[in-house]
Structures are given as C-alpha cells and as structure tokens.
Design a protein. Sequence first.
Length: 438
Amino acid sequence: MKRIILAGAGAALLAGLIHAREGQQPAGAGQKGDMNSFAEGYVRLVLAMGQHDADYVDAYYGPPEWKRQAEAAKVPLEELASRTRALIQGVQGVPAPAAEIERLRKNYLERQLSAVAARIRMLRGERLSFDEESRALYDAVAPTFPESHFQNVLDQLEKQLPGTGPVLPRYEAFRSAFVIPKDRLDAVFQAAIAGCRGRTAAHIALPPGERFTLEYVTNKSWSGYNWYQGGYRSVIQMNTDLPIYIDRALDLACHEGYPGHHVYNALLERHLVRDRGWVEFSVYALFSPQSLIAEGTANYGIEVAFPGQERSTFEGQVLFPAAGIDAGLARNYYEVQALAEKLAYAGNEAARRYLNGEIDREAAAAWLERYALMPKERAAQRVRFFDQYRSYVINYNLGKDLVRDYIESRPGVAGNPERRWQEFEKLLSSPRLPSTLQ
C-alpha cells in the first residue's frame, strides 16, 4: 500500500517559501486569485483526495499543517468535485503568460485538476472504458494491437530459443540461467546503481546531498518503487517475491534511481519548488498526467544512460560477474530480450480487455502467459496490478515511446549524446504534459 511521505527538511524549507495560514481556503471561481493561490488549492485538494483513495498521494513534502488539515476531516467527494470545478475555472481565467515556462505551468495545473475531477467521478461510481480512463487521467491513449501482432513476435522468438514445444516454457528455461542468486542481489544492485549514478552525474548536476535508501520487500504488486521524501531523498524498494533476472538490475536502478524517478523528483524540487516556489510540485498525485511523464522518462532514461551496445558491455563486464553468471552468454541473452521487448504492449491489451469487462481474471492471466510470456506467478501478480492501478499500465510503454520520440526529434539530438542529455534534463525539470510531447 502506498503512503503519504512527508520529509521534515523539505517541508520546513517549502513552508518558509510560501505563506500558509491555518484554515486558509484556496481561491476559486468568482474569487480573486493568481496561479500561486490556485496551486495551493490544488495541493490541498490532492491531500483531501488521499483520505478517499489510499493510492492517490504518492509523495508530499509541503507544509505539514496542510497535511494535518486534510487528515482532520474527510471532505465528501461531492464537495471536492465542487472545489475542483472552481479551481479549474480559476486557472482558466488566468491570462496566458508570456514566458513559455509559465504557460506550461498554467496548462499543467489545469490538466492535473481535470484528472482530479475524473478520479472523483470514478470514486463516485462512474465507469469509464480503459481508453476513456487513460485519456482522462494520463492525457494519452495507448495504441491497440491485435493478437496477430504479438503472435508474429512470438514466431520470431521461437526460432531463437533452444528446444522444442511451447514458447513460454522454452523461454523460461532459457532465462533460468540468468536469475540473480538471492545472496548476490544486493551486490548486483549496488553495482548497477553505481553505474547508473556515475553516468547520470557526468551529464546532470545533481542537487547537493541527494541520496536514497534501498530496501528489499515482499508481497507487492510491483517489482520496484520509488518513494520520494523531499529534501532530495528517496526510499527505493525492490520486490523480491519472484526471481529477478540480470537485466532487471540495471532497469530498476536506472528507472527508480538515476536518471529516473529519484532524479526527476529531485530536479522538480530544486528548479520548480525551491527556485520558483511552485507549491503544486510538492505533491504528486499518482493518477494524473504527471505519471506518464515520470514513468516515460524513467524508462527512456535507461537508453539515455546506456545507449546502444554500452548497456550489454557494462552488464557483461560488471553485473554478470557480480551475479556469478557467465558473461559469455550475454550476447545471446540480449538478442532474445530484444525480441521479447517487442511484446511490451501485450500487457496493455490484457488490461484493456480485463478492465473493459471483455475477459475475466483467469483469461487476463492466460493472455499474459501466452502473449507477454509471463509465467503463471508473474501473470497473477500483473493482474493484481491491474486491479490496483487500472489503466496506469500505459505510462510505462506508451510513456517511454512518447518521451523517446519527443527527445529524439529535438534539434541537434541525432548523433549527439550530450545534446540528448541536455534535452532529457530539460524535460525532467519542466511541467510539460503528455499531449504536448506528440
């Protein structure tokens, strides 16, 4: 279960940056207000939503009294809906700023509030289709693929796998040689984190004192999670319920840490919260457009940090030996994994059909086993993820594709790794929406 995290240092700093009075109500429609007052109203609204939805507030490091006030009384959803409408109207009434960053802020706040309104409707019982929900919450809709698309990939993969018979057991038998032994997990992850951080720090000036704590947990519906605490600090948790394969170490180290979620949140705190005093970025509403940017940059950041063959070279030289796995097998492993990566959208299709009521839980798990090559236990875990987070699944693959296309299309990026890093850092530090990436 997610939790609201409040960091004392970050909260104290932010409280000194903004003027907050106990019991103060945000400006709304028909009231005088500027972007800062509407931003405060948004933060208080998100915190109030957290009293109805335990997963809603992913992180918070703003003024402690705002959190205490939200916890003191559970505001009815009807009242929260009314406040949301007022705030949206207020933001819409603010004249378009001249500076691009200010325009991005205005559009961001309006779209985040729209996502709050959609989530309130869902909590009040409104049923949205998978695509309607993802558009309302994440400002994007994932493409639809037929079974034939995934079957074509499976046919190619079958030719690369040793043995005969169904693809899934052959794939699992092949991958079994690449499981990280549990007694080597921490050594492998620490080496992966060091590699990701070193490459990130060479291109991005990380905030002073940034750091995170790594924990190993069980009984979760996800494989890894970053709990940002403010003050440039994170707690990163790795789920050890199921076997962890060698490629997942670098995936998780980059995605949750460098240059992924930890860096993303730290840069937002430094550039937008501390430098500009934009309080709305002191809270992270999970079911919102911000999540597509967060997950998309975290996944694409792996490619930014380890482009081309640099990833397999690093893993073969550093992570395979740390895990006690024969580095001579790395090339063949990544050839197979490159094909398996083309099945990424199969999870979306399973979620879409399941959440639309077209298939039941068992059929969704069977779809994942057949087209996403997930063993039974992992498929069951993924369906639990669908139950808990619903259309959130699009943020990983669609988010990665949108971010990649956006960054790679920027002037001067082609063939210029340093320019790619610059554009990537700029995106991490800005309030850009998913719809503006297209």
